[in-house]
Write a protein of this length. Structure first.
Length: 273
């Protein structure tokens, strides 16, 4: 049977099937006449199959504090332009509530060109620059102007690429970074994952270069330390509110609060190690 007629027959058979065709069947329809089996026009389906387990809009549609805790243990994925993928487990976050939160960029409900992403739908990235050099990445949640800062990751895949990206952003001769030094801070995280202002206002549920997937063995309440945020400065009572969350005992956390951990142990939240 001529190739064109054969393809039409295959398509007709697929369309008559009430269920969606398998990915390999769709890829076979796009092979070259010489037998090359590499897919030529099914990148969309391949990407959908690959990212079928990614976190969707419903996950991000939570109140800010709840989302900050729910992020712990989930996995951030970044696909570089050369095709390499970087994977990191989220181990530390901070909640910024907007409105009355004096430490938030959207305090008082003020929306600016800079913080627009904080007012967009949950799951939108808010990337801003500090000291005119470094970047920090946040994810919008429920509530106008509310977002969660991603503070630290535990690197899982693509560590060599992370080292390359970190080295490229550092001046002068540099020592080889240890695994725990790659993403233990919000700016380090952005350097290691190649996240800059171009990622501002991107949708984690739709973007092809960055998304999240569910983690395994997610932590329970007894594994999470709630303590004060870092670098807040003179923000009155808001500087003391326990809106930073991290995984207890994880060496990839940027700053460990031993005092709070002892207090939580004394209250029976977890055993003191």
């Amino acid at each position: 049977m001529p190739r064109k007629r054969k393809l039409l027959a295959q398509l007709s058979a697929l369309q008559s099937n009430s269920s969606f065709p398998p990915f390999d069947a769709l890829e076979n329809l796009n092979t070259m006449p010489d037998g090359d089996s590499s897919p030529k026009s099914s990148k969309y389906f391949a990407a959908e199959k690959k990212n079928s387990s990614q976190l969707e809009a419903d996950f991000f549609n939570q109140p800010c504090i709840s989302l900050a805790k729910s992020f712990l243990g989930q996995i951030l994925v970044r696909k570089l332009p050369d095709g390499r993928e970087l994977w990191g487990r989220i181990v530390e976050t901070e909640a910024y509530l907007g409105g009355e939160d004096e430490a938030s960029h959207s305090k008082g409900g003020k929306q600016t060109q800079r913080n627009t992403a904080m007012f967009m739908k949950p799951g939108t990235l808010y990337v801003y620059q500090i000291y005119g050099i470094y970047f920090c990445v946040n994810v919008s949640s429920q509530g106008d102007g509310a977002a969660v800062l991603l503070r630290s990751l535990e690197p899982l895949q693509g560590l060599d690429a992370m080292r390359e990206l970190r080295s490229a952003s550092r001046k002068g001769p540099t020592k080889l970074l240890k695994d725990w030094q790659l993403c233990n801070g919000p700016s380090k995280l952005c350097q290691a994952f190649g996240i800059d202002k171009a990622f501002d206002q991107r949708d984690l549920t739709q973007d092809a270069a960055i998304w999240m997937v569910p983690g395994h063995d997610l932590p329970g309440e007894q594994d999470v330390v709630a303590t004060t945020r870092i670098g807040i400065g003179n923000r009155g009572e808001w500087a003391q509110k326990p809106l930073r969350f991290y995984l207890r005992g994880n060496k990839f956390v940027s700053v460990v609060d031993k005092k709070t951990e002892r207090e939580m142990a004394a209250m029976g939240h977890f055993s003191c190690s």
